[in-house]
Design a protein around this ligand. Structure first.
Ligand code: UD1
Length: 337
């Protein structure tokens, strides 16, 4: 198949492009490279033994998107491009709605112009807000608590409405839980700019000696050890879920939302210990106050993904930590050399 991938040079997008190429698909990466290194497409080609086509395009630039899609004539689009930092979204909501919401609208209009109606969208478990029950089923109420989460839910809604208006639309909104790890080749991974917002890259930077200690945001949650519990998923498993979702859009029309998680949770302190074991390095930490907006526990109910996608996560916590560590060690060597 011909598949266009917005944000295809980013963290999750790049891993998915590797899987697409390895499965024999023809890929066009559309990326602004605002938050991706220019050599990512070459690295992808090095891993997959095949190259993707690449166009530098901003997701809000409809004429450029339309040119790209009418030229490439994709059978489906995977849409990763967007802004993703919760704190930044609270400070710059208009920018988040412009890029995430208006950008997605421009993409769908460009897809219409190119006659393409198969779409897989990168949504987030953040659309559930503070959950009433865990594990969280897709039927749970949707009440995001910040502009980032609202932007994800708004795009889901637009896609649902597009599906009502146009029977040709076949789309899947994938609600990611907590993606971590990196490709086992250590050629691609997450490279946060500045201080990492998320736990795993922060822990990795402490283990490698770039930061003195981890601040654990609260140990008085209603969880077994008092620290927050999350459903971490290896980024390569997450990438594979996109291929399964792509297949689903070929079999079935309409729009569906599907969780992507493992259903298994780990606390912050369990993550610290697993990372210490994988890296052989200490990860000193200090307990500080809760981070505003954080929740105690977030866990996917993975039964719909198993039933609809015929997919389930295969990589365990040890693989997540090992691959994150090998990637972090590579980054540290690159930065110092
Ligand atoms: C966060 C976002 C969520 C977003 C997701 C993307 C918030 C409130 N939520 O989720 O909307 O979809 O990232 O991956 O920002 N922790 C520490 N110290 C740290 C960093 C994190 O103790 O330096 C803890 C957190 O309190 C939490 C766990 O580690 O219990 C995971 O945190 P994080 O990786 O930021 O993910 P989420 O909070 O689940």
């Amino acid at each position: 198949m011909r598949v266009a991938v917005t944000g295809g040079a980013g963290y999750i997008g790049s891993h998915t492009v590797v899987c697409l190429l390895e499965a024999g698909h023809e890929v066009l990466i559309l990326d602004s490279f605002a938050n991706a290194a220019p050599d990512v497409p070459d690295r992808i080609a090095g891993i997959a033994g095949q190259s993707a086509q690449v166009m530098r395009v901003d997701i809000t630039d409809r004429p450029a998107l339309t040119d790209a899609l009418t030229g490439f004539r994709p059978e489906a689009v995977l849409h990763f491009a967007g802004l993703k930092a919760v704190g930044e979204a609270v400070e710059m909501p208009l920018e988040y709605y412009r890029v995430n919401v208006a950008g997605s609208l421009e993409l769908m209009r460009a897809m219409e112009a190119a006659g393409c109606h198969r779409l897989v969208f990168s949504s987030s478990a953040t659309v559930y807000g503070d959950p009433d029950v865990v594990p969280i089923p897709e039927t749970h109420a949707l009440r995001p608590t910040n502009p980032y989460g609202h932007s994800k839910r708004m795009v889901e809604q637009v896609i649902e409405d597009w599906g009502v208006a146009n029977p040709a639309v076949a789309a899947v909104n994938l609600r990611y839980f907590n993606p971590v790890g990196a490709h086992g080749s250590a050629q691609i991974g997450e490279a946060p700019q500045g201080v990492p917002n998320n736990l795993m890259p922060y822990v990795a930077q402490v283990a490698v000696g770039e930061r003195p200690h981890l601040s654990v945001f609260g140990d008085d949650y209603d969880t077994p050890d008092g620290t927050g519990v999350r459903d971490y998923i290896h980024v390569v498993d997450l990438a594979q879920a996109h291929l399964a979702a792509l297949d689903l859009t070929g079999r079935e029309g309409g729009v569906q939302a599907i969780n992507v998680g493992t259903g298994r949770g780990y606390s912050v302190l369990e993550m610290v210990r697993a990372f210490e074991t994988a890296s052989g390095r200490p990860v000193p930490y200090e307990i500080i106050a809760r981070r505003p907006g954080d929740i105690a526990t977030s866990l996917a109910d993975p039964s719909l993904s198993a039933a609809r996608l015929g997919w389930k996560a295969e990589r365990d916590l040890e693989a997540m930590c090992r691959d994150a560590w090998v990637w972090q060690s590579y980054l540290a060597g690159k930065n110092s050399g």
